[in-house]
Design a protein around this ligand. Structure first.
Ligand code: ZN
Length: 90
């Protein structure tokens, strides 16, 4: 897909790296690796700006940094986004 003036609009004052991220997001691609964010409409990425691979690896890294454990049913906090999507489609 070609980068048009519409996609580039409003990115003039941003840094080079941030401009790439904005353009990739507007083109429906992962801002990290430039792969299609939602490869198929039946399995959309639960992450807003990342593909499933990048989002999962980022989640695992942050979980390790913070010492958090994965969510379990009955524990406090919100359920993970992936299970919300699964229940939404059912
Ligand atoms: Zn990615």
């Amino acid at each position: 897909m070609r980068v048009t003036a519409e996609i580039k609009a409003g990115t003039e004052g941003l840094s080079r790296q941030t401009r790439y991220k904005v353009i990739r997001f507007r083109m429906g691609r992962c801002i990290n690796c430039d792969q299609p964010r939602d490869p198929s409409p039946t399995s959309p990425s639960p992450y807003k700006r990342l593909c499933v691979t990048c989002g999962t690896s980022k989640k695992k890294k942050k979980r390790k940094e913070r010492g958090s454990k994965p969510w379990k049913p009955g524990s406090p906090g919100r359920p993970p986004l992936k299970s919300q999507i699964e229940t939404r489609t059912k």
